[in-house]
Design a protein around this ligand. Structure first.
Ligand code: SF4
Length: 377
């Protein structure tokens, strides 16, 4: 089995680490509890998968690398280091400008950061979520506010260029005053990038089982709009519906998803989109460690209309939207004709707008983004 990547296509690489030290009651991501034996079999399988991609592909460049999960730093330090070594097989074939690892605050230590520096990593994404001790307790997180400050200090003392803070809102019975207090504390640690998440109740989670309700929708919208205004006043560029960056700190790995670029996912349950094909690695851990065949070898070609739809769904998340000419170059047709009825209606509702040759979601549309995007499915 082999695959070719055309000249000029630079996919991103995503690596899924399927372990956590504890299962948070709201989380629906693919993960299992960390275990030393499983950790070893995971790394053996990851090594086989990565080598298989390398051996069966023509030479190609990778745009960015992102290790997520799960909790990558739930791996012991020797295993964490082994994982970075496995992934460094790509080194020398190209220069990867942005390499990010997700980390949870409770397991951030100077030794993990030194390891990241050794392998040329540039960025960490900290799963902070909140600076309110009751909200952290509700989320079932291991860390507390003190742990956050300590983790941030360690990251800031490292040679890494940037870091992200995950921040959640929309907690049951929350109001803007509470969110603001949490944000005020967040500003003290001066994160260069913030990823914002509304608490949602996912199927199969303990929150769903226990009937936990997020804040009512109207309040949720208000909190979102207030957070956007607050962060703008603090000098953040709002560049995607849920992403905010200080100048020069936008996440290029995520921008590749939002501009509908190609990406390769490795590790159990990881998705890929390459050469117009979708594929997904098995979500069955035992199956993955037994046979870690990269799913990109058997990707499913999608239709042109699906590609157009996915392009719009991704790009309308960006505040800048997309150039009509980019769509034309990519698909050989006019988006205003392909989706005439939908776009007219959404512009009429003031949820979309045409501005300087671009189609963009308006501020009003961002709040209702799911309603906007569903028109293009
Ligand atoms: S640490 Fe992150 S991935 Fe793990 S269970 Fe909690 S929210 Fe989910």
């Amino acid at each position: 089995m082999s695959f070719n990547i055309p000249d000029g296509v630079y996919p991103s690489l995503y690596v899924h680490v399927p372990f956590c030290l504890k299962r948070c009651p709201y989380c629906a991501f693919y993960k299992r509890l960390w275990d030393p034996t499983l950790e070893k079999s995971y790394l053996d399988a990851l090594e086989k998968e990565v080598l298989s991609i390398q051996e069966n592909s023509s030479s190609f460049n990778i745009k960015s690398l992102f290790i997520g999960g799960g909790t990558p730093n739930s791996l012991t330090l020797p295993s964490f280091s082994r994982m970075l070594k496995i992934l460094s097989v790509f080194k020398g074939r190209f220069e990867v400008l942005e390499k990010t690892v997700e980390m949870n605050p409770e397991a951030v230590t100077p030794a993990y950061l030194r390891c990241l520096e050794t392998y040329g990593y540039t960025r960490v994404s900290l799963g902070i979520q909140s600076f309110d001790k009751n909200e952290l307790k509700l989320l079932g997180r291991i860390h507390n506010v003190k742990t956050i400050y300590k983790a941030v200090e360690i990251v800031k003392d490292s040679k890494l260029l940037s870091w992200n803070m995950d921040f959640m809102f929309g907690f049951p019975d929350s109001d803007w005053n509470g969110v603001r207090k949490s944000l005020d504390k967040a500003m003290e640690v001066d994160p260069p990038h913030i990823s914002l998440y509304a608490l949602t109740i996912e199927k199969g989670t303990l929150f769903e089982k226990h009937g936990i309700q997020p804040v009512v929708q109207e309040n949720d919208y208000r909190q979102y709009q207030n957070i956007c205004r607050y962060l703008k006043a603090k000098g953040y560029l709002h560049y995607e519906v849920s992403a905010f960056a200080k100048p020069g700190h936008e996440c290029s790995h995520n921008k590749n998803y939002w501009t509908y670029g190609d990406f390769i996912g490795v590790g159990p349950s990881a998705d890929s989109y390459l050469n117009g094909c979708h594929s997904k690695n098995t979500s069955n851990f035992s199956q993955y460690v037994k046979q870690p065949t990269p799913s990109i070898f058997k990707g499913k070609l999608i239709s042109d209309s699906q590609k157009k739809s996915e392009f719009i769904l991704s790009n309308l998340r960006l505040i800048s939207g997309f150039l009509l000419s980019t769509y034309r170059q990519r698909f050989g047709s006019d988006v205003l004709k392909d989706f005439e009825k939908e776009i007219e209606e959404l512009i009429g509702n003031r949820w979309l707008r045409l501005y300087k040759g671009r189609l963009q979601t308006t501020k009003k549309g961002l709040v209702m983004l799911n309603e906007v995007l569903i028109r293009f499915v």
